[in-house]
Write a protein that binds this ligand. Structure first.
Ligand code: HEC
Ligand code: HEC
Length: 221
């Protein structure tokens, strides 16, 4: 009598287990079907922002390095708030192609479509540039060099928010960026800037970069 109950119980248990794994298999098959259906749809849907993340959602990924609202806590990561929209797009493309040298950004930039980059460019360009103040003692030589070779495009001592701001950008970042230009590690897209930059180095030597960096890093407001 006792044995029979045990056997019955064991049989019941077996049924339960079998039932359970059958149910699991069913769920599994359904999931596979659903995900293969999703996979068929996904490649078409991905580049379209309407079906994906908003610029604000995309920008969350950048905050870990570039700071909340694009204002970096430095020193080797630039502030990206207030970057000119067109420049933002160009530099992301240059990171992708390697025209602009990067330690990190090539890999990151490659993860975004043109539409996503354009959306982020619009989003960050509308934020105010928040300068990192007084990182260096002001170089008068740097101020003069800037006036002669750079002011034409980077106006108001490179503080003009409508242009590409250099003054108050983090010093280690701007320093390496300029050395990468000077050493040909990064390409300067703007032909006119390339000419001016090369002229300055031909006439004043590479030490002019150090002077300029000291000028840009001395921003006080
Ligand atoms: C892991 C840190 C990290 C993350 C995350 C990151 N960046 Fe960067 N970013 C950098 C660094 C460092 C540089 C300087 C270039 C380099 O060495 O890679 C840079 C440079 C840039 C520049 C050039 C700025 C200039 O003044 O020329 C842009 C634009 C930029 N990042 C956009 C983004 C966007 C958009 C995201 C998010 C999708 C992002 N970054 C995520 C670290 C990061
Ligand atoms: C004819 C206009 C022009 C002149 C003159 C000019 N620039 Fe530029 N600058 C630009 C443009 C356009 C860009 C966008 C980068 C590019 O070429 O793709 C830029 C970008 C830069 C950047 C990269 C900014 C960043 O956030 O990473 C630096 C640094 C810079 N310029 C420094 C200088 C210096 C220093 C001088 C003077 C020796 C100078 N520029 C003269 C137009 C100019």
């Amino acid at each position: 009598m006792r044995i029979k109950t045990l056997v019955l119980t064991a049989a019941a248990a077996t049924t339960l287990i079998v039932g359970c794994s059958t149910a699991e298999k069913a769920v599994d098959t359904a999931t596979k079907a659903a995900s293969s259906a999703a996979a068929k749809v996904a490649p078409k849907a991905k580049p379209k922002l309407m079906n994906g993340a908003s610029a604000e959602m995309l920008a969350v990924t950048c905050a870990g390095c570039h700071g909340t609202n694009g204002a970096s806590n430095g020193p080797a990561t630039p502030t990206i708030a207030g970057l000119e929209e067109e420049y933002f797009v160009d530099v992301m493309k240059a990171f992708k192609s390697g025209d602009r040298y990067s330690t990190i950004m090539q890999r990151i930039a490659k993860g975004y479509s043109d539409d996503e980059i354009a959306a982020m460019a619009g989003y960050f360009s509308k934020m105010p540039f928040k300068p990192a103040l007084n990182q260096t003692a002001r170089s008068e030589t740097g101020a003069r060099l800037h006036e002669e070779y750079c002011e034409k495009c980077h106006e108001d001592g490179a503080t003009d928010p409508e242009g590409i701001v250099l003054a108050g950008q983090w010093v280690p970042y701007i320093n390496w960026t300029m050395w990468d230009f000077a050493n040909g590690v990064s390409q300067i897209n703007s032909k006119k800037m390339k000419k001016r930059f090369e002229k300055m180095i031909a006439e004043h030597g590479k030490k002019s970069i150090t002077e300029l960096v000291a000028f840009y890093g001395s921003r006080s407001k």
